[in-house]
Design a binder for this molecule. Structure first.
Ligand code: GLA
Length: 310
């Protein structure tokens, strides 16, 4: 009996930037991320074992745990990416979501994001929230996603053309497993007062940020980013002196509305919101790589159910 030739599949998913709402996703808070125009592209074919061919290296543990989550047999996976690894725009979430989209193209985007989150938790031991995977799966071009991480109800919020998203690589790259990420999560879950002050004030800032976006009060956006950084630095304690120095430099750049540490922290990257036309000032003032990003659609967005209001 002749065997069917193995079918090659492919998938593609974007990285993400979080505008505001940091270290609140795993507590069921609200976040405001954006899927961005840097993508991980994968292709694969059934194989006796899971294998990965990627310029970045690593990733096998992610593949294996995602395979388990999706109930898939082993695949040989090839990865191409213009998501800079370690630059803080969630290349790992994009890798997982790209594979899920390739292997299970008809899967519901919310379910896919949850499967990718569990796969990342299992592969790394880091109890990440759902924000990164959700954004890579269901972000919308031209929009940020206001996502309630408890109910998983979300609403696209238009992102103004006049603003440019810039991501600065601090140069302090780290694997989350080697950071106190899990410890911070436990402290916040235990209601430790400083940690809770950050969580409560950050959630209020997310709502204020959405309001300011809708009312096009751009300086207010900047002030909220600045307050978010101070809260992450002083109350949640996830910043570093190197990051603080870059953030302060960015605050002083003409055309920069505001800047803050982004993502998990402990180094990583900095988000700066720039007035369009003045984004070059940032690269001129800061002696670190600056990535300018546009909004993009998530990998499962064409199948997304109609967004429900929060
Ligand atoms: C990482 C995690 C997210 C989130 C952020 C902090 O990116 O993967 O789930 O917790 O840190 O906001």
């Amino acid at each position: 009996m002749s065997r069917a030739r193995p079918k090659r599949w492919s998938g593609r998913a974007p990285g993400r930037v979080n505008l505001i709402g940091e270290h609140v996703d795993y507590l069921g808070g609200v976040v405001l991320p954006v899927a961005v125009d840097r993508h991980v592209q994968v292709s694969g074919v059934a194989s006796p074992d899971w294998t990965i061919d990627s310029e970045v290296g690593g990733g096998l543990a992610y593949l294996r745990s995602l395979g388990e989550e999706l109930g898939e047999t082993p695949q040989a996976v090839r990865v191409e990416s213009d998501v800079p690894p370690g630059a803080g725009i969630s290349s790992s979430a994009a890798l997982l979501v790209a594979i899920a989209a390739g292997l299970k193209p008809t899967m519901d985007g919310v379910k896919a994001a949850l499967a990718c989150q569990r796969a990342e938790q299992k592969a790394t031991g880091v109890q990440v929230g759902v924000m990164d995977q959700f954004t890579s799966a269901l972000g919308r071009r031209g929009h940020a996603l206001l996502l309630d991480c408890k109910s998983l109800v979300y609403r696209p919020v238009p992102f103004p053309d006049e603003l440019v998203i810039a991501v600065i690589d601090s140069g302090e790259h780290r694997s989350l497993a080697d950071t106190p990420y899990n410890q911070r999560r436990l402290e916040a879950e235990a209601g430790e007062p400083n940690r809770m002050r950050h969580v409560d004030s950050e959630i209020a800032r997310v709502h204020a940020f959405v309001e300011a976006l809708e009312e096009r009060r751009f300086e207010r956006l900047g002030r909220l980013l600045k307050e978010s950084h101070q809260s992450l630095r002083d109350d949640f304690e996830v910043s570093t002196p190197t990051v603080d120095a870059i953030v302060e430099k960015a605050w002083a750049v003409v055309g920069c509305l505001g800047a803050r540490i982004m993502g998990a922290g402990f180094g990583g990257s900095i988000l700066a919101l720039m007035e369009r036309g003045r984004e070059k000032n940032l690269a001129d003032a800061i002696d670190r790589p600056v990535l300018l990003c546009s909004t993009a659609d998530g990998a499962f967005v064409h199948r997304a159910a109609r967004a429900k209001p929060i």
